[in-house]
Write a protein that binds this ligand. Structure first.
Ligand code: FAD
Length: 399
């Protein structure tokens, strides 16, 4: 599958951090994690102190799938607004999903405090009403989130003008958000975990997975076999290969990043900015004072069409950011595009297909893939160590 265009910014900026050997022998493990992106790395992190031998396999180099293309915004806000999620999954599960995402941002802060390469920067998040008609529903959303105990503030037209300098009818300012370099974090986590109970093999394609009564046999493209009690599928958007029913839609999404600006604070607290329009525009800055803008999603998944559209989409993103911040001389330095998955309710799929098998999925589909990776890592650890976790039903395949 063609997950992304060839030059995502983080890959160019950080380069190859570390490459691991490919697998050239038969091997036994307690757990095999297929996929060395951010989801697989977080699963390994949560299992690092358990008495298991863990093998991680990736057909690419570490972090070279969607993780290299992510724009790294960490938000508790799921793509499905809280009020809509209530209707889709019920009040209890909606509240719990938002609370878990909120907590996952704090959890990522704790994890990243060990790893400077993660470049974790705490900042607020601001979602504005794109059109006048969006203002009222967004105000209701604000009230519902406030009632849930999330730290939010309503900004009206004049607050927005004062803080950001642009004209929008209203919006929700949330305290709990951050941005990271997910490619850097993935490498750092795996480097750390290989000092514990993890072995990583890259450039190794899992060709087939066979199940017997007691364990799994994974066969690589070169014919080597891995026997294991548990398999964690963290193959990102390529995981559909292992799932009989369709659980997600695939889209294309685009991002650009500017040349660095001189000033450190480009707008109010360098807040993450996004909006109610669908597809939405989203904006963050980087440690070297660049502005990153993403969005202009398409409903197709063809890599050829997506890469062909990239120059046109980059221009559209430039026009949008210049409309919001006409005083900033935005010059695009890099642009890239990638696949992107959404689910019917905006929530990830975590756990086994039938609720019983030892093949466990960590599918953080949606705009919050990294935050979902934390929830998946914790849940999967609990499933493997037989700890009861009442949240498992919220993200189950049969929900
Ligand atoms: C442009 C863009 C912007 C985004 N912005 C954000 C954002 O701001 N915030 C956010 O949270 N999320 C964002 N996302 C989503 C985020 O990137 C993904 O949710 C996340 O990277 C998925 O990580 P993963 O580890 O599940 O998948 P991947 O990083 O794709 O890792 C899966 C790995 O599995 C390997 N694999 C697959 N099949 C096999 C096999 N058969 N054998 C061996 N290995 C295999 C692949 O090679 C790959 O390396 C964005 C995505 C894009 C494209």
């Amino acid at each position: 599958m063609d997950l992304r265009s060839v030059y995502p910014y983080w890959l160019l900026e950080k380069g190859i951090q570390k490459s691991y050997p490919s697998l050239n022998k038969n091997i036994k493990a307690d757990i095999v994690i297929v996929g060395a992106g951010i989801s697989g790395a977080l699963a390994a992190w949560y299992l690092r102190n358990e008495a298991f031998k863990i093998i991680m396999i990736d057909k690419r180099h570490v972090g070279m799938g969607s993780t290299a293309a992510t724009t790294g915004l960490l938000q508790y806000e799921i793509d499905t607004p809280f009020i809509d999620l209530n209707e889709k999954v019920g009040a209890r599960n909606a509240a719990r999903s938002y609370a878990l995402c909120n907590e996952a941002v704090f959890e990522l802060e704790r994890i990243c405090s060990h790893f400077p390469a993660a470049e974790f920067d705490r900042k607020p998040s601001f979602q504005f009403a794109s059109y006048k008609k969006d203002s009222k529903p967004l105000l209701l959303e604000f009230a519902a989130r406030k009632k849930l105990g999330i730290d939010v503030k309503w900004l009206d037209k004049s607050d927005i003008k004062n803080k950001f300098g642009f004209d929008k009818p209203g919006g929700i300012l949330s305290t709990n958000a951050a941005d990271i370099n997910a490619y850097g974090l993935t490498h750092a986590l795996l480097h750390y975990c290989t000092g514990k109970n993890l072995e990583v093999y890259d450039h190794t394609n899992i060709d087939s997975i066979h199940r017997s009564k007691i364990n799994f046999k994974l066969v690589t493209e070169s014919g080597y076999k891995i026997h294991s009690r548990y398999v964690i599928i963290a193959c990102g958007y390529e995981s559909s290969h292992y799932i009989s029913k369709k659980v997600n839609e695939l889209h294309s999404t685009y991002a650009i990043i500017s040349e660095p600006f001189g000033s450190k604070e480009l707008w109010y607290k360098n807040t993450l900015i996004w909006e109610t329009a669908n597809p939405y525009l989203y904006i963050r800055n980087t440690r070297d004072n660049r502005i990153l803008v993403g969005g202009k999603d398409d409903d197709f998944s063809s890599g050829t069409r997506r890469d062909w559209a990239l120059n046109r989409k980059a221009k559209m993103l430039e026009v949008s950011i210049k409309k919001l911040f006409p005083h900033l001389e935005f010059i695009t330095d890099f642009k890239w595009a990638g696949l992107f998955a959404s689910t019917k309710d905006g929530l990830p799929y975590i756990g086994s297909l039938d609720g019983r098998s030892n093949m466990l999925f960590a599918l953080g589909f949606g705009g919050n893939g990294i935050v979902f990776g934390v929830i998946a890592g914790r849940l999967i650890r609990d499933l493997i160590t037989c700890k009861k976790n009442p949240d498992s039903k919220i993200f189950a395949f049969d929900r």
